[in-house]
Design a protein around this ligand. Structure first.
Ligand SMILES: NC(=O)c1ccc[n+]([C@@H]2O[C@H](COP(=O)([O-])OP(=O)(O)OC[C@H]3O[C@@H](n4cnc5c(N)ncnc54)[C@H](OP(=O)(O)O)[C@@H]3O)[C@@H](O)[C@H]2O)c1
Length: 347
């Protein structure tokens, strides 16, 4: 079945094309709203897996931005066929994609460790715990129909395949493209293992996948900067969305939400609202990609007074590991291509 264009005219080439995955809710939807406020002349492509939710999100945006040029694209980044078909559709629709926001992401069945929380609360690790969630969460994971780990496929490999299959419309001479990943401060080196980069053995698939994103960002810049493609990673801070609502039962959220707003007074990474969480993603929209540092992560922050700002931190990644991981992903791409005939065509 061909990827489905639900609505929207073909984008005119004069308009900058901005494509956002996971655009129907949370940070993705807030990002679409803020980018339209930043520049109402763009063509926005909302890439989502559920077309009903996508239609509802598009209608919401058209209320606040009447006349905005918005189209929908069906993509399930957890499914190889869907990614390949969506990429094919994008290549047909656009001559050039200017911004590719790789935002869709999952955390499967998170479990919160109260024991780790209480022991960190009384230790010097308390600040790191609030900033990165280190040690607090474990998750489940399972295999996709393609036989890959679901979290790795959705958060990392599906997006990697998308980039690979969009090469003809990304970064041409004199016309750069910017790839922006919604990573996390929860990305931790200790959760990631090169020999098990899909994280089939551990219980921190989310942390591992976000660390993999950070590594991939370095590899992409190395291999694609000369072709006019630039990649950056962002942490939106702690944002209350469907993803985080899955961590506790609703009743507990009702109790702890006011406490979180209090904690925000001294924890600037508690951005809490999707609007605040998109600060760094929107900031990158206004930057010259050549001026960005591929070894840093850009962080959305909100001060105790509610002011948003962007800061950056050096990532705990080394270039050599990033390159080995990048080569592993190319090998996996080749392997999946052998299994099925649909994984695109690269020279
Ligand atoms: N919230 C936070 O505190 C936080 C912190 C750090 C990083 N992040 C990252 O921010 C990104 C956005 O998450 P969010 O917090 O805004 O949560 P969210 O509201 O659950 O948004 C996730 C989006 O990804 C989409 N998605 C999930 N699996 C997909 C798939 N297989 N194919 C296509 N789309 C898929 C979801 O679509 P459906 O609606 O169809 O499920 C939804 O639109 C994620 O990458 C997340 O890891 C979030």
């Amino acid at each position: 079945m061909a990827a489905e264009e639900v609505a929207g005219p073909r984008a005119t080439d004069a308009r900058r094309v901005v494509l956002v995955t996971g655009a129907n809710s949370g940070i993705g939807l807030a990002l679409c709203e803020r980018i339209l406020s930043e520049d109402n002349q763009i063509h926005l492509c909302m890439a989502c897996r559920n077309m009903q939710k996508a239609e509802a999100a598009k209608s919401e945006l058209q209320l606040s931005h009447p006349g905005a040029d918005i189209s929908l694209l069906k993509i399930d980044v957890g499914n190889i066929n869907s990614v390949i078909q969506a990429a094919q559709e994008i290549r047909q629709r656009y001559q050039h994609v200017d911004y590719l926001y790789l935002n869709a992401g999952i955390m499967l069945n998170p479990h919160f460790s109260l024991k780790a929380f209480l022991s960190s609360l009384l230790s010097r690790k308390v600040f790191t715990m609030f900033q990165t969630g280190e040690g607090l969460l474990t998750q489940e994971d399972w295999l996709t129909d393609d036989g890959l780990q679901q979290v790795f496929m959705t958060n990392v490999f599906g997006h990697f395949l998308l980039i690979r299959n969009l090469e003809p419309v990304l970064g041409q001479a004199g016309c750069t493209s910017q790839v922006v990943w919604t990573s996390s401060s929860n990305a931790r080196k200790s959760a990631f293992n090169l020999t098990d980069y899909q994280h089939s053995q551990g219980q921190e698939s989310y942390s591992s996948s976000k660390y993999a994103t950070d590594l991939l960002n370095v590899g992409l810049n190395k291999h694609y900067n000369s072709k006019g493609l630039f990649s950056s990673v962002v942490c939106p801070g702690l944002v209350l969305t469907n993803l985080t609502y899955g961590i506790f039962p609703p009743v507990l959220w009702t109790l702890i939400t006011p406490i979180m707003w209090l904690i925000r007074v001294f924890m600037n990474s508690f951005t809490l609202s999707p609007y605040n969480g998109t600060e760094a993603l929107v900031w990158l929209f206004t930057q010259k990609p050549e001026s960005l540092d591929p070894m840093v992560k850009y962080l959305s922050c909100t001060s105790g007074f509610g002011n948003n700002y962007v800061t950056s931190c050096k990532m705990d990644v080394d270039v050599e590991t990033a390159e080995i991981f990048y080569q592993e992903l190319l090998k996996l791409e080749g392997k999946m291509k052998e299994k099925s005939d649909v994984t695109g065509d690269h020279s």
